[in-house]
Write a protein that binds this ligand. Structure first.
Ligand SMILES: [Zn+2]
Length: 483
């Protein structure tokens, strides 16, 4: 298995350090609803973790919550609520979104405000070793003391100095130094520390939490490409200076960013699409397919057309796994598809190619099914790869065949009797050559997610979604049909 490492800028053979893969992914700062950029990052690392498990690795996955930050304090002040209340609200909202997208929960979600003791311990250790210094109630990291600072972002200190990142202040020894501990301003939440009342800086939180929950050296650290500098560069400087162990992280993985048109999707540009907004229009499976259909290191262009195409792709997969197995002849063997799928995933998690293989398999299943070949096993392969590795739900399409003598119950008595009655009425219209009304019934049912197709044996009813009893009763009333 090969993984692209931002540190070496190469694809490297994946060799974890112990028998358990230690994986850390930077989490959210909960001050607003999560957007598609978050969905992209967390879906990708969810699939990477799922694939490692699929390949029989044990994985411990830690993701932090930065529940104290300038952005949280600012927004809470604007809304006139305590910062902790705001953070709690949007942490809950974040978990709702992750659950809806079928993202598996991490093993631990440490919160910055719950880790202050460990953070203070690491800062104190850095001061003892001469890597940090207190000044004016804050504590700063002495960047020039770290000889390989810049190795992840592949930039020299001089290049950074001329960039936007060097913000001088009277307190700092050097403009490049960054805060580990921030002295509190009046009215801000604070914690006691050896350097006075204050709160932790963002970078030190991730160093302290990965140290506490995963140990001194970890296998995989992930996040968006916008975190490479300064956040991850600073994490390396802190962690390696504190423990004396190198490397802090063996494989650094970074996902591309979501773009809207030519711009990055971001809060500051005001062009965000939240996960909740996207979920009102598209299924979770479509959002996952849309994300996984391009390479995780490439930018992802958000587009409605792309999501609509993904929705159609979901239907194709659902149809292939839901169709009846004719069960005859020699069984169709999907082994070569499975091999292609794992080869793609082994090559730096090429999910776009892996998805392509699943679509090919779906077409092959349809062809084999049409030819009367047994497809049950191949359907099983498709379902397990799609669900286990790519985290798709692929709810089966519920199906019933209506004939005058057999009324099938698929969902529940009430819903099915309404649908059966409508289908029966349509058949009567067709017999009486009332084509327009027959067609109207078909279209109105389709709008409710009930697709009907005429076959030799009767009428096939496929439930794309489950209509409410109320909507069906309204339709009956509208058409003047009694049950
Ligand atoms: Zn982080």
């Amino acid at each position: 298995m090969k993984i692209y490492n931002t540190l070496s800028r190469k694809k490297e053979e994946f060799l974890p350090q112990g028998d358990e893969v230690k994986m850390y992914v930077c989490g959210v700062t909960p001050y607003d609803d999560s957007h598609i950029g978050h969905a992209m990052s967390y879906v990708i690392f969810d699939v990477i973790r799922r694939y490692l498990k699929f390949r029989d690795y044990k994985v411990k996955y830690v993701q932090n919550v930065t529940d104290i930050d300038d952005k949280i304090i600012d927004r809470a002040n604007k809304l006139g609520i305590p910062p902790a209340e705001l953070a709690k609200k949007f942490t809950d909202s974040y978990f709702e979104d992750m659950d809806a997208l079928n993202i598996k929960r991490a093993d631990v979600y440490p919160k910055a405000t719950g880790e202050i003791a460990k953070i203070i311990e690491v800062i104190a250790g850095l001061i003892d070793k001469g890597f940090a210094y207190p000044a004016g109630g804050s504590v700063y990291f002495r960047v020039r003391k770290d000889p390989d600072y810049g190795k992840l972002s592949h930039r020299s200190l001089d290049a950074m100095m001329s960039g936007e990142c060097a913000i001088g202040s009277e307190e700092k020894e050097d403009p490049m130094d960054f805060a580990l501990w921030k002295a509190s301003k009046p009215g801000e939440p604070f914690w006691e520390s050896p350097w006075g009342e204050g709160r932790p800086g963002w970078h030190i939180e991730c160093s302290a939490m990965s140290l506490r929950y995963l140990g001194e050296q970890i296998d995989i650290h992930g996040g968006g490409q916008d975190l490479i500098f300064p956040h991850h560069e600073n994490e390396i400087a802190q962690s390696e200076s504190f423990t004396g162990q190198k490397p802090f992280v063996k494989y650094w993985l970074h996902n591309g960013l979501v773009q809207l048109g030519e711009d990055k999707m971001s809060k500051s540009l005001g062009n965000l699409v939240t996960i909740k907004q996207a979920l009102t229009k598209y299924s979770p499976d479509a959002i996952r397919i849309f994300i996984l259909n391009s390479h995780y290191r490439s930018p992802l262009k958000y587009s409605e057309e792309g999501l609509e195409a993904a929705e159609k792709a979901v239907e194709r997969l659902r149809r292939a796994v839901s169709r009846d197995d004719p069960g005859g002849g020699e069984a169709f063997d999907a082994k070569s598809y499975r091999k292609q799928f794992t080869d793609s995933m082994d090559d730096d998690f090429n999910t776009a190619q892996a998805l392509g293989t699943l679509f090919d398999l779906a077409s092959a299943i349809n062809q084999a099914g049409d030819a009367g070949v047994s497809i049950g096993k191949a359907q099983g392969t498709l379902v397990s790869l799609a669900r286990e590795v790519l985290g798709l739900k692929l709810p089966p399409i519920l199906k019933a065949t209506f004939t005058a003598s057999t009324r099938r119950i698929v969902l529940n008595e009430a819903t099915d009797s309404c649908v059966n009655r409508l289908v029966e009425e349509r058949l009567n219209c067709r017999k009486e050559k009332k084509w327009q009304r027959a067609d109207e019934i078909r279209k109105k049912l389709a709008a409710l997610g009930v697709i009907i197709e005429d076959t030799k044996s009767g009428t096939d009813i496929t439930y794309k979604s489950v209509p409410s009893e109320e909507s069906l009763n309204n339709l009956l009333k509208e058409l003047g049909i009694t049950l």
